[in-house]
Design a protein around this ligand. Structure first.
Ligand code: FES
Length: 112
């Protein structure tokens, strides 16, 4: 089980921490099932960059980045070293720990 903290670049949004989050789901799925806004134009199949987020802590607790994901991150707004696509960050089974992510401002234009 995981503890996941979502932080937000959008002004006025306070961090949200979720406890007892089950593995085998993506950070995008976790966000959406908890009413946290995160764009997902392609439906979560690694074919856009709108679910872009930053993994601040716990990157070893999610599936490794693929070449295809890296290609799409290059098209995201303001990519950084810790950029990931939320739909590709599947929580690994058999592990536990804390994950902290920052979600870019969802009101800005996020590209394709
Ligand atoms: Fe399109 Fe994640 S939702 S790449």
């Amino acid at each position: 089980m995981y503890s996941i903290t979502f932080k937000f670049e959008q002004k006025g949004l306070e961090p949200v921490t979720l406890e007892q989050v089950a593995p085998d789901q993506s950070l995008l799925e976790v966000a959406l099932t908890n009413d946290i806004e995160l764009h997902h134009n392609c439906g979560g199949v690694c074919a856009c960059s709108t679910c872009h987020l930053y993994v601040e802590q716990g990157e070893d607790l999610v599936e490794e980045i693929s070449d295809k994901e890296e290609d799409f991150i290059d098209r995201a707004v303001n990519p950084r070293l810790n950029s990931r696509l939320g739909c590709q960050c599947v929580l690994l089974p058999g592990k536990q720990g804390n994950i902290t992510v920052t979600i870019p401002d969802q009101t800005q234009f996020l590209g394709e």
